[in-house]
Each structure stands twice: as structure tokens, then as C-alpha cells.
Design a protein around this ligand. Structure first.
Ligand code: NAD
Length: 436
């Protein structure tokens, strides 16, 4: 099939690449000139495990191309995917200007029937708005399909190639047929393609992300309580996770959810509910608790230093909002840095993939180390914000030789408590016994 993908971010580039992998001809279009040049020169502009291989293979086979020219992209495409940003607008509701703007541009270019597929996370009713844009600008028939994306950064290729489910919001038989054909290779193992109306499909994505954000937040609250009552969150996690109704996944406590999706999607769902005069109380609490959790590690640092960290120097391991990505949008690490610096401390950071993006956002607010051990030089304590594998089994003898004091504040519960007792560390983690 001939496919166009508009927007080549984390979702668009993975979608385009993975669709070309099953033999489709895919042309990806983006307004970011520099990014398109990079891709045309064979460079993957984001860090996403496994993407390189597919990206290069399909470029070489001539199935995956890149352009800044929308007209070239949509001309022959049977299906046009939109994978565009939907950031929070001023009021917190999703800003649809990218989607509706692109829809308008596309509507003026098409000369034959197209399926317009929206992969972005959008509020209920967006498909109707997109359809209205087309109706206002062209008499050519289009089907507008809602196809929310559930991939996770860090395992995005795997998630796209073998999705738990594909959700397709459309009532058009013509669109259903083509979309079933397109997604067939990805659901061979029997995972379902779920057809539903557009509104249900649009809400499914917000409901999924908000549910997951709630699950994380619930566990963070349990962890905070564990610290106060002398319980161990690891034991509680296993205790509840072994109940099938709860499940083992997404129960690890930490320093709050971040990333480009959960924060904005929870907020957008709250706003959409408000607009429909529904007070979505549980999600309002989730947002509030998560705000607090993002800097809980700084509260622990301040308590340890009796509120006096002016002139102290900290090493921070981890910047990305989660491991295996270079995405730092809404990363808790950024809030931790802000809070430490505002209290007069200095920080040296290290992250395996997120350094360049952080430099672009906060510049010389912190120092950047070449590796995790260099970050420890002259530091009074080590803080951990992302659970990269490379931090899980560090050389503690080396740490001891560089870090000024054996003090670790761990926002991701990476180390065994007994080990930290044996090694003689002050070790403050989330929802577990304080080792001091
Ligand atoms: P992103 O910011 O990484 O990428 C968006 C891309 O669109 C950028 O490359 C930008 O230059 C390009 N763009 C902007 N306007 C354009 C236009 N008019 N024409 C062509 N290109 C244009 O965004 P993302 O993380 O890929 O997210 C896209 C959508 O998918 C959002 O709605 C997001 O909520 C949703 N989503 C994201 C994820 C994720 O893990 N990142 C997962 C599921 C769903």
C-alpha cells in the first residue's frame, strides 16, 4: 500500500518505519527541515532501541522516504496518517491546531479518495472536527479514522510490530477493509483489531493513559505511607501484584510519572470532563499527588541537610523520564534540578541518552559528565532519577572512592537494602526502610 505519515516524531517515525517493514511504500513528511535532512542522510533523529535496523533496511530497499513537501507526500498515498503534536493549550486542554492545520493543508491537495488516520492523542470529537475541515475545503470523499497509538517509548518498535491491540474508530466499511489489510501483519498472533466508533476510540486512549497514571500514583501514595508506618513497599507491591485483578505491572513506586504523554493526557481528560460539566475528581488528585512526588527526593535531601543545601554539590544519575529513551519532556529530573539549584546547590548530571536534549533546554544550569562516575566528582551525595540498567549494578568501590560522602538518594529503588547496609551507605529510597 502507499502510505503517507505526517509528523516524524516518536510516533510518526516509528509508525512510518514499521509500516514500511511489512512492504508498504511509506513517505514521511515533517516541517522540521533539519530533521528531514538528517533522515534523508540516513540518520535516525531520536533514540529508540531497534529503530536503526528497520530504518536503514527500508531506506535501502526504497520503501521509506522523507520530505518536507506535503503535496509530494499525499499525492499517491491511499492512507494518510497524522502523527502530530497535541500539546496542552493555555487552558490545559489539548491544542488541536497542528491536527486541524494539517487537515486543512491536506484537504487542499487531494484529488481522489483518501483515508485520513489520526494517530495523535486527541479529545473526543476531533474526528468530527477533522471531517468538517475536509468538508469545508474539498468535495473529494475522505474517511476520517481514529487510530490512537499505544506504543511506549523505549520499546516502541516492539509495541508497534506486536501491539496488544489495534484500536480503530470508524464506521466506514471501506476504511475498515483497508485498515484491516494494513494491520493484518501486525496482529498475526491473534491480538485483536478493535473496531469502534470514533468517539469511543478517541476516549480509549485518554482512558488508558489516565488509568496507568492513576495506578502509578496510587502506588506512590502507598510508598509514601509505607515510609511513615514502617512497611516495605516492595513487599506490599508483590503482595498486591500477585492478585490477577491487580497485576504485577506498573506497580513500581518512584518520583512521579513524566514524559510527553501522561501529564498532558491526564490534564486534557480533566479539562474535557470539566467542559462537559463532569468533575473528574480522581484524576485531579492524581495530578496533584504527582506534582508533589516529582520533587519528593528533594524533600528528603533537604531534611537530611536540615534545609541547608546552599553550596552543596550533587551528582544526578538519570535525566530521561524513563530508561531507554532520550525523551526528557516533563522528566522528574528537570524538576529536581530546578529545586536543588533554587536552594543554592550545584549539580552534575549524567544520562546515557538524554544529555543533548537537556543541554538544549537548561544549558549550563548544570554540569554534564562524560560518564556516571565522573558525575560523582566533588559531589556531597548521589541522587538517582531514572532506572537505566547501567545504574543498577555500579562499582560501589569506585563510587566510594569518588563521592565525598557515602550518601545516596534513590528515586527508583535500584539497590538492595541489605547490600547498602553492608556497604555502609546512608541510603534513602522510596517507600522502603531508611538506611542510615
Ligand atoms: P513529537 O513532538 O515527537 O513529534 C511531532 C512531529 O510533528 C515533529 O517532528 C514536528 O516537527 C512535526 N510537525 C509539527 N507540525 C507539523 C506539520 N504541520 N506537518 C508535518 N510535521 C509537523 O510528538 P510524538 O511524541 O510523536 O507525539 C505525537 C502524538 O502522538 C501526540 O498526540 C502524542 O500525545 C501521541 N502519542 C505519543 C506517544 C509517545 O510515546 N511519544 C505515544 C502514543 C501517542
Amino acid at each position: 500500500m502507499k502510505i503517507a505519515v505526517v509528523g516524524t516524531g516518536y510516533v510518526g517515525l516509528v509508525t512510518g518505519t514499521c509500516l514500511s517493514e511489512t512492504g508498504n511504500d511509506v513517505i514521511c513528511v515533517d516541517i522540521n527541515d533539519a530533521k528531514v535532512k538528517k533522515m534523508q542522510n540516513g540518520e535516525v533523529p531520536i533514540y529508540e532501541p531497534g529503530l536503526d535496523l528497520l530504518f536503514h533496511r527500508n531506506i535501502e530497499q526504497g520503501r521509506l522516504t522523507f520530505t518536507t513537501n506535503l503535496a509530494d507526500a499525499v499525492k499517491d498515498a491511499q492512507i494518510i496518517f497524522m502523527a502530530l503534536p497535541t500539546p496542552p493549550g493555555g487552558d490545559g486542554a489539548a491544542d488541536l491546531s497542528y491536527i486541524l492545520g494539517a487537515a486543512k493543508d491536506i484537504s487542499k491537495l487531494i484529488t481522489e479518495y483518501k483515508i485520513i488516520v489520526n494517530k495523535s492523542t486527541v479529545p473526543v470529537g476531533t474526528a468530527d472536527k477533522v471531517r468538517a475541515v475536509f468538508a469545508a475545503n474539498t468535495s473529494i470523499e475522505v474517511d476520517v479514522v481514529s487510530n490512537p497509538e499505544f506504543l511506549r517509548e523505549g520499546v516502541a518498535v516492539e509495541d508497534f510490530m506486536k501491539p496488544d491491540r489495534v484500536v480503530l474508530g470508524t464506521t466506514s466499511e471501506r476504511a475498515k477493509k483497508l485498515m484491516t489489510e494494513l494491520y493484518g501483519p501486525y496482529v498475526r498472533q491473534g491480538n485483536p483489531i478493535l473496531f469502534m466508533d470514533e468517539r469511543s476510540s478517541e476516549l480509549t486512549k485518554y482512558a488508558a493513559n489516565s488509568f496507568l497514571a492513576t495506578k502509578i500514583t496510587f502506588m506512590n501514595e502507598i510508598a509514601n505511607l509505607c515510609e511513615l508506618v514502617g512497611a516495605d513497599v516492595d513487599a506490599v507491591r508483590k503482595g498486591i501484584g500477585s492478585d490477577d485483578r491487580i497485576g504485577k505491572r506498573f506497580l513500581f513506586p518512584g518520583i512521579g510519572y513524566g514524559g510527553s504523554c501522561f501529564p498532558k493526557d491526564v490534564q486534557a481528560l480533566v479539562m474535557a470532563a470539566d467542559e462537559n460539566t463532569y468533575d473528574f475528581q480522581i484524576l485531579k488528585s492524581v495530578m496533584e499527588v504527582n506534582e508533589r512526588q516529582k520533587t519528593i527526593i528533594v524533600d528528603k535531601v533537604l531534611k537530611y541537610y536540615k534545609n541547608e543545601i546552599q553550596g552543596k554539590h550533587f551528582a544526578l544519575w538519570g535525566l530521561a523520564f524513563k530508561p531507554e529513551t532520550d525523551d526528557i519532556r516533563e522528566a522528574p529530573a528537570l524538576y529536581i534540578i530546578d529545586a536543588l539549584v533554587n536552594h543554592g546547590a550545584t549539580v552534575t548530571v549524567f544520562d546515557p541518552e538524554g544529555m543533548e536534549n537537556v543541554k538544549g533546554v537548561i544549558g549550563d544550569k548544570v554540569k554534564y559528565a562524560q560518564n556516571q562516575y565522573e558525575a560523582l566528582e566533588g559531589a556531597d551525595a548521589l541522587l538517582i532519577a531514572t532506572e537505566w540498567s547501567v545504574f543498577r549494578n555500579p562499582d560501589f568501590a569506585k563510587i566510594e572512592g569518588i563521592l565525598k560522602n557515602k550518601v545516596i538518594f534513590d528515586g527508583r529503588n535500584l539497590y538492595d537494602l541489605q547490600k547498602m547496609i553492608d556497604l555502609g551507605y546512608y541510603y534513602n529510597s522510596i517507600g522502603r526502610k531508611l538506611i542510615d
